[in-house]
Design a protein around this ligand. Structure first.
Ligand code: ADP
Length: 192
């Protein structure tokens, strides 16, 4: 079973993906994590995308599709959770083609619903907590980049809601409850 967790920055996609990994043996594919790993290892691609990420803009479709393509060659485990990918219609088309090439497809696209004020609050809080714990906040977890990230989401990613609705595999879950409540709502979709 392959699924997409779709939602704006701060919706809790990464948190829920990790729970699905632990509870169901699924494999999390987070393009955000892959891009952060690339930049911290100083690869040419990592250096190229660093400034774009910090500004809160989207990196090119070509780069992220390439990252996902590599991962689909490996172990498929209990299915993939796409987290933070696809973020554009071109990425969604490419994912459909890649999955088909591997003889599989998408079972569910789960859209996590959270309002903007909650998103901004959560992300700025995450930044504060990271600093309080003696670490550093993500360079894009500040008010200015966050505004751009939300704008990018509404302009380029939210059209995917219509795209997957038309394909018939979109389900909405409320993203504002406790972590357990959200996990329960997602389980309701996956086990239905
Ligand atoms: P969040 O969902 O909190 O914004 P992510 O870790 O998913 O965080 O992404 C961080 C940044 O990485 C994005 O703002 C963007 O610059 C880049 N990125 C991640 N995934 C993609 C993608 N699929 N397409 C383009 N850019 C991406």
């Amino acid at each position: 079973m392959n699924i997409i967790l779709l939602g704006p920055p701060g919706a809790g996609k990464g948190t829920q993906a990790q729970i699905l990994v632990e509870e169901r043996g699924m494999i999390q594919l987070s393009t955000g994590d892959m891009l952060r790993a690339a930049r911290s290892s100083g690869t040419e691609m990592g250096n190229k995308v660093a400034a774009i990420m910090d500004a809160g803009e989207l990196v090119t479709d070509e780069i992220v599709i390439g990252l996902i393509e590599e991962k689909l060659e490996g172990d498929h485990g209990g299915g993939f959770i796409f987290d933070g990918f696809p973020r554009t219609l071109a990425q969604a088309d490419a994912l459909g083609d890649l999955l088909e090439k591997h003889g599989t497809g998408l079972s569910h696209v789960i859209a996590m619903e959270v309002n903007d004020e909650a998103l901004v609050g959560r992300i700025l809080n995450r930044a504060k907590e990271a600093v309080a714990a003696g670490g550093t906040a993500r360079a894009d977890d500040n008010e200015e980049s966050l505004k751009i990230r939300l704008m990018e989401y509404y302009k380029k990613t939210s059209p995917l809601l219509g795209y997957y609705h038309a394909k018939g595999n979109l389900s909405w879950v409320p993203g504002l409850g406790t972590i357990d409540e959200v996990t329960g709502s997602i389980a309701g979709v996956l086990d239905s």
